[in-house]
Design a protein around this ligand. Structure first.
Ligand code: CTP
Ligand code: MN
Ligand code: MN
Length: 486
């Protein structure tokens, strides 16, 4: 698989703020509901905040207004109090992709600052996942710093460094305790000098200069932006950067020839960078099940990827499909995609047939050769959302016009019709979906391989090879010594 960063968001290093400019006021409580406060979730009804002691302020800069309002609604639904403005009652300032200094500067311009923890988006998503506000731990700061360094190594195509930083970050994530001093790291394998230096800086001073500088680095920022477009890898992003392009606006205005995939990626960019929620994944699961069962009623459809690992959000939704009677699954993918396209559910698709030559010579431990489809799914929003006024009307008509040129035949018309009917209301969201079809005899390996995470799969295969002398892929597991003897 590619090392694309599509849809994945890294965030800034958090610094613990103790801006005791003003003494903290006692929180006002609703007399009718002890311990609870009210806030308005978007245009929705008045909701009760379960965790009134925690007040979240989301920094819009670099996060963008649509993502900010999405996260605001999400948090409020989960019982968190989210404040529109910085105030004394804010306890957690959440920002994404800003350096600590930048956030400080922004906050300085806001009035009524008291004591607040400056945290990155990881604290937010983990708290949403846990359904309660988590303690602000060093681990968020440390993991994030290492992730940023990993990402940068990836953007520099330095795989060794990418792996080292990614491993270090995931080791810290899995520790059953919180690292507060360097001694806590004793005995932990695969932590190199560089990682230790970063950790030390953060433990001692709250920030790591190297990471802070990186976040400000123009190449890092630009490549990160470009690789977050579906269909754009590091090489392409780097080429555009070297040609002088910096923003999506410039890219859109340029004469650069884009692939169909990249055109679709740009067209649905705003939707695709918004994380997919579990609820959305569940809705798509039902739709995919319905579509597959039309053609093969006994087919098995399994939600894989991050959602199978229990994640609350993903950059896409992954499915593995099989049928107990081997052979029945053949041709299924085309039937399903064609049917879904006819229903207007597909904005873009790229089917890879297992007979495709392009997969034949690839390393089976890295690239599997199952029939698969990478698609952009058109997910209809629920009735409540449909009634909400549209904020992305321009996007919608742009999408309709562009869709005539890309995607599949027949679909452009559907999209156009949808736009005519909904000039003011965008009642759908573009969501990345991966469909993979495996023969039943390889299903177990495919399920393991497509559950991820990417690092886990990689390390599992490495372990099989070096410690067990076995070869593991999404197709099979076999003993290299046995094969040698035959
Ligand atoms: N995978 C693969 N071959 C590909 C793409 C993905 O084998 N061409 C496997 C990888 O093992 C990966 C898993 O499928 O871990 C899921 O991939 P992906 O959707 O990229 O990552 P997730 O872990 O699901 O993360 P996210 O929630 O952000 O989607
Ligand atoms: Mn996924
Ligand atoms: Mn995927």
């Amino acid at each position: 698989m590619t090392l694309g960063l599509a849809g994945k968001k890294a965030s800034c290093v958090a610094v613990w703020l103790s801006m005791a400019l003003l003494p903290r006021k006692k929180k006002r409580k609703d007399p009718g509901l002890p311990g609870a406060s009210h806030s308005r979730a978007g245009d929705g009804p008045l909701t009760v905040a379960k965790f009134s002691e925690v007040g979240i302020f989301l920094v819009e800069r670099k996060m963008g207004s649509s993502r900010r309002s999405f996260l605001t609604q999400l948090a409020r639904k989960k019982g968190f109090r989210v404040e529109e403005r910085m105030s004394e009652s804010v306890t957690h300032v959440v920002s994404e992709n800003n350096s600590g200094d930048e956030v400080l500067e922004l906050l300085d311009k806001q009035s009524g600052i008291c004591r607040a923890a400056l945290v990155d988006i990881t604290w937010f998503t983990e708290s949403m996942g846990a359904g309660k506000p988590l303690e602000v731990e060093n681990r968020h700061r440390l993991q994030e710093a290492l992730k940023i360094l990993a990402e940068n190594a990836q953007l520099c195509e330095n795989e060794g460094r990418y792996l080292a930083f990614t491993r270090a970050s995931s080791i810290l994530k899995s520790l059953p305790y919180c690292v507060t001093k360097m001694d806590d790291l004793q005995g932990i394998p695969s932590l190199g000098e560089h990682c230790k230096r970063v950790i030390k800086d953060i433990l001692e001073g709250g920030i790591c200069r190297e990471v802070e500088e990186l976040i400000q680095n123009e190449r890092y920022q630009t490549l990160k932006r470009f690789t977050s477009i579906f269909g754009v890898g590091v090489k392409t992003a780097d080429k555009w950067y070297r040609e002088g392009l910096r923003t999506l606006h410039e890219l859109r205005a340029s004469k650069i020839l884009l692939t169909k995939e990249q055109e679709a990626g740009l067209l649905y960019y705003e939707d695709l960078i918004v994380p997919v929620t579990r609820t959305e994944a569940d809705s798509i699961t039902k739709i995919v099940e319905g579509a597959v069962h039309r053609f093969l009623p006994a087919a098995v459809i399994k939600l894989t990827g991050g959602f199978r690992r229990g994640k609350e959000y993903g950059h896409d939704v992954d499915f593995l499909i099989t049928h107990q009677e081997e052979g029945k699954e053949q041709g299924l993918l085309y039937q399903v995609i064609n049917w879904m396209a006819a229903q207007g559910m597909i904005l873009y698709d790229d089917i890879t047939d297992n007979k495709d030559q392009k997969w034949k010579n690839k390393e089976p431990e890295i690239f599997d050769s199952f029939a698969k489809c990478f698609l952009i799914f058109k997910l209809q929003k629920d009735v409540v959302n449909v009634l909400r006024p549209n904020t992305a009307g321009d996007d919608d008509s742009l999408a309709a016009n562009k869709a005539k040129e890309i995607g599949r035949g027949g679909h452009a018309e559907t999209c156009e019709r949808a736009t005519c009917a909904a000039v003011k209301v965008k009642d759908w969201k573009a969501v990345r979906v991966d469909l993979v079809v495996a023969p039943f005899s390889q299903y177990a390996y495919a399920l393991l391989g497509w559950t991820g995470s990417q690092l886990f799969e990689r390390d599992l295969r490495r372990y099989a090879k070096h410690f067990k002398h076995m070869s593991l892929s999404s197709h099979s597991l076999f003993d290299n010594e046995q094969v040698g003897r035959n």
